[in-house]
Design a protein around this ligand. Structure first.
Ligand SMILES: Nc1ncnc2c1ncn2[C@@H]1O[C@H](COP(=O)(O)OP(=O)(O)OP(=O)(O)O)[C@@H](O)[C@H]1O
Length: 233
């Protein structure tokens, strides 16, 4: 598999404030990564840095062999970065189907395939964005990101605030997405064990730095380290 993404000694933040420090990581096509850490440690900042929303203070980001920092934010989805933000951002005046068709780009994911993955969205296809439950909104946020046919899907706390039955349903869908060897996935998740069970690799951030990197399985098998890194003191 070819290298998709590489970060070399990246420092980034908001204005003059540096949040991420000296982040280095690489992903191949089809890889899956759990991005873990306690609240406020920089997980979202890392995702939005990939989307070009932060200020880069140092280091370099390479995407498909080119300089990612040179790609304007509004072109990054078109280059293959699919972002599912924590806030979901539904449009109250668009139907479910309009949310999907508005961003469609050519590739294996189309409206029918997305409805296959999320049958509930097919049932709701004429509903407006503000007529959906939290779980349906999250499904639509993921479905919308898939419609751009990304090479890398960024999921920011996809299970947050959802009922256990919906978490179970979404976990199944995300597992199938991760197993799709074409698309790489980064999952930010407070439910560390859930994210580790879904992914191959894991990193843990603490105060904007990587303090642990390993296979997801080895972190799952090491509950002491997991507790030390993720439990709030
Ligand atoms: N727009 C912003 N402007 C300035 N500082 C910010 C902004 N967004 C986040 N921060 C700061 O950056 C740091 C990292 O926040 P970030 O949201 O990346 O953490 P996180 O690990 O995703 O946490 P959470 O799990 O709570 O979402 C925090 O100190 C936060 O206050």
């Amino acid at each position: 598999m070819a290298e998709l993404l590489r970060l070399d000694h990246v420092s980034a933040g908001y204005g003059d404030a540096v949040v991420l420090e000296d982040i280095s990581l690489a992903m191949q096509e089809g890889d899956s990564l759990a991005l873990l850490g306690r609240n406020g440690m920089g997980k979202t900042t890392l995702l939005v840095t990939l989307m070009g929303i932060t200020r880069l203070h140092g280091g370099s980001l390479t995407w498909k062999g080119g300089d990612l920092a040179a790609v304007p934010t509004h072109q990054r989805a078109g280059r293959g970065l699919g972002w599912v933000p924590q806030e979901r951002y539904m449009f109250p005046s668009l139907t479910v189907e309009e949310h999907l068709t508005a961003v469609a780009r050519p590739g294996p994911w189309n409206v029918e395939k997305v409805y296959g993955a999320f049958p509930r969205l097919k049932e709701r296809r004429r509903n407006m964005g503000n007529q959906l439950s939290g779980g349906e909104q999250q499904m639509l946020a993921i479905a919308r990101a898939l419609m751009v046919n990304p090479s890398l899907l960024l999921l920011d706390e996809p299970m947050e605030g959802l009922a256990p039955i919906i978490v179970q349903e979404l976990t199944g869908v995300i597992r199938r997405l991760v197993q799709d060897s074409q698309m790489a996935v980064i999952v930010v998740e407070q439910h560390a064990k859930l994210a580790l069970a879904l992914t191959q690799q894991a990193i843990v951030l603490e105060r904007g730095q990587i303090v642990h990197a390993s296979s997801s399985q080895s972190l799952l098998d090491d509950p002491q380290t997991l507790t030390r890194l993720l439990t709030v003191a």
